[in-house]
Write a protein that binds this ligand. Sequence first.
Ligand code: TYM
Length: 334
Amino acid sequence: MSKKRVLSGIQPTHDSFHLGNYLGALKQWVDLQQSHDAFYCVVDLHALTVETDPKLLAKRTLLSAAQLIAIGVDPKLCTLFIQSHVPAHNQLAWVLECLTGFGEAGRMTQFKDKSQKGGTDRTNVGLFTYPILQAADILLYQANNVPVGEDQRQHIELTRDLGQRFNSKYKEVFTIPEAHIIKSMAKINDLQEPTAKMSKSANSMAGVIELLDTPDVTMKKFKSSVTDAGREVKFDASEKAGISNLLTIHSAFSGKSIGDLETEFAGKGYGDFKVAVADVVIAALDPIRKKTEELMGDQAELLKILNSGADKANEVASKTLADTYAALGLIANG
Ligand code: TYM
């Protein structure tokens, strides 16, 4: 039987990915490439929805690809590419836009949050159609599963709705994907504001652990993380959001269960526990930072990998696009 397919993407909007990206999604990317036919992309077109300096966008796109390889995304096992290298993404997005209701797009919570923050004058139409481009990313590759964090669930639902709508209105062209969300890792929280999602757009980076932070910075951020007034290292998401978040992070890196960690740290103070969490995180992130630096030292090789990924992605995507156009009655050229 042929392997099932996965697709996922990440935006190159910052120099470094953070721990939420890593535990919520990227770790699953690495696992799934073993068992699935995996397509992973750096979604540079999505990044245009926020104003970016062109030089910085180019640098961050390469830095994103380098970080992905550094964490274990292996271009020999999967197809790693840059979204804008595959023109079918924009082409399918237009088709799907014509199938999406205005109200339906307006109900996307990420759009509502971001547009409310920025105000109507600073909100561009790209932000409104953003989830439809994401649907195109997924449907083009006939993906069965999409590894993401909880914040993307609604976008995957929209993708399913649009795929089903097209299939029943025209022809069965698209595989209907499912979100692949690991419940315990689906929402990693900010260390300073432990009930809020760790996010690239946080007001302060003090509670955001970046993969490319130096060990000193990581240790400092963990040591100053916000916890409750109690003393017990115990998982309780509503009463002890900070400690629970730290337990989740420790468990993800050490492989120890939450129960075992509660026993290990029984009677020890929060200070000791915070340092222990920082230690397991630093042990994992330090080689990632070094490997990223090394890969950025040979950008020609990085581009070679991405170009060959784009060739493979274009092959699959152009076939789906041709089927879509034919189903719609668009006449083929030639
Ligand atoms: P992006 O770039 O914001 O984030 C990349 C991935 O990280 C996950 N994530 C989190 N998971 C757990 N806890 C957190 N605090 C946390 N913060 C971020 C996100 O859920 C995501 O999986 N729209 C997407 C990019 C995209 C995409 C796609 C994803 C474009 N096309 C196609 C999948 C398939 C986004 O903005 O992710």
